[in-house]
Design a protein around this ligand. Structure first.
Ligand code: NAD
Length: 421
């Protein structure tokens, strides 16, 4: 494609990753644009009344990557970094992730360029509702199903669902996933991503012959994914040496008390103020020695500059796109030193349980929590085994193997369906 509206470092990263995989699996040039470029991108202006009486307009986006396998599916991000290129990259990664997990979805992503922490609860509700209102012509339970991502949560999903339902004149739970259980959500969705990360980390520890009881971990990001991962790893006997969020980073070689950290964040909304003793420079945290390093915040934190400094045995990517292609090359050169659990496998627990939520909402039949996690771990195990087998067969990195499986699935569906008209 000669020109497109997609630009920026995150989109370029998704494009470069795709090109590497396309070269590896030898996708003909003429099929590449069709696989990479999103089917639709929607940009909306969302005006709201601020508490001080001003009217402010926020830019919102939704990108639907492909509609070949079913509806699109993906989170909604409220963050100052959001632009159409970032949202498109996240939508593309969602496609490979859903395909690797065998879910009947294409990828999507949405977002608003806003600092959600700077809004009052009333302003956040107004903005969430206005965004969904603007998106009504483009989404639907069989077209595009939203979910939470950075800066959004169960409450925001409940407002989305309510706004859509009021417009349609009936309750339509299946329009979003990641809702509170009281609004048609599923048991286990809140913990799904973090518990999935912990499950895969334990599989990697087994493979490396490291006992969970003696293992250590560091986690960047202490929101939904980071905090649940910390708790789930600790539950498996792993000592949490370090955590960080956008306000502070803590490191203690004797181990941090995850329950106390969670209690502090529940009250103050951030890690800052937890303790004066174990503070560490956030940029140093990732380079501390540990068995498991979990980036669970933003993109592009493991880069060409710091990839050679990492001293972990397992890199478990809770965040989407935390490792740049330059860093990937360095990690690849380091051979077996670091076992990578790539994002599209490692954090797939969220979308898998979102899929379960959608299925339950459509059927009006709800499952016990044990059934949710039993089914989740089966899907993660299957995807993990497929990735390991492909990496061994083709002698490629775990990321390349995981992406190659995802891209293969989408390419083969597009070929089978043909080109309309
Ligand atoms: P969240 O908003 O609940 O939490 C984000 C956390 O990251 C917060 O603790 C925030 O303070 C921290 N953070 C932001 N900037 C940071 C920085 N520069 N350094 C350190 N910490 C920083 O978001 P989330 O849902 O936990 O999502 C985190 C990542 O996981 C994102 O990449 C998201 O796309 C990905 N992800 C989320 C889910 C899900 O189910 N929520 C599923 C798959 C992937």
């Amino acid at each position: 494609m000669n020109r497109s509206i997609y630009s920026g470092p995150v989109f370029q990263m998704a494009r470069r990753q795709f090109e590497r995989v396309a070269d590896h699996v030898q996708i003909p040039e003429m099929e590449r644009d069709r696989l990479l470029y999103p089917k639709r991108a929607i940009a909306v202006s969302c005006p709201i009344h601020r508490d001080d009486g001003r009217t402010e307009v926020y830019q919102g986006y939704r990108v639907q990557h492909h509609l070949t396998l079913g509806p699109t599916k993906g989170g909604t991000r409220f963050a100052p970094s959001v632009d159409v290129g970032e949202v498109a990259a996240l939508a593309i990664w969602m496609s490979w992730k859903c395909a690797l997990a065998g879910l009947p979805y294409g990828g999507a992503k949405g977002g608003i360029t806003v600092d959600p922490y700077a809004l009052s609860p009333r302003e956040l509700e107004a903005l969430s509702r206005r965004y969904m209102q603007e998106m009504i012509p483009f989404v639907g339970p069989h077209t595009d199903v939203m979910a939470p991502d950075m800066g959004t949560n169960e409450q925001v999903m409940a407002w989305f669902m309510d706004t859509y339902s009021m417009y349609r004149g009936q309750t339509i739970n299946e329009i979003v996933t990641g809702k509170p259980v009281s609004a048609g959500g599923t048991l286990g969705r809140r913990e799904a991503t973090g518990r999935g990360v912990a499950y895969l980390v334990s599989r990697a520890l087994d493979r490396l012959g490291i006992l969970a009881g003696g293992a250590t971990a560091i986690i960047q990001g202490f929101g939904n994914v980071g905090s649940v991962t910390a708790y789930s790893l600790a539950e498996r006997g792993i000592k949490i040496l370090g955590v960080s969020d956008h306000t502070a980073a803590y490191y203690d070689p004797a181990g941090l008390d995850v329950a106390k950290l969670q209690g502090h964040v529940a009250i103050s909304g951030q890690l800052a103020g937890f303790s004066a003793q174990s503070l560490i420079d956030p940029s140093e945290l990732l380079a501390q020695k540990c068995d498991v390093l979990v980036p669970a915040a933003v993109e592009q934190v493991i880069t060409g500059e710091n990839a050679s400094e990492l001293k972990c045995r397992i890199l478990a990517e809770g965040a989407n796109g935390p490792t740049t292609p330059e860093a990937d090359s360095i990690l690849h050169q380091r051979g077996d030193e670091i076992f990578v659990l790539p994002d599209i496998l490692c954090n797939a627990g969220g979308v898998v349980v979102s899929y379960f939520e959608w299925v339950q909402d459509l059927q009006r039949l709800f499952w016990e929590e044990a059934e949710v996690f039993d089914r989740l771990y089966k899907i993660l195990e299957r995807s993990y085994q497929q990735m390991m087998a492909r990496a061994k067969r083709d002698r490629i990195s775990h990321r390349m193997a995981a992406m190659a499986i995802g891209v293969d699935v989408v390419q083969s569906a597009k070929r089978t369906r043909g080109l309309f008209p």
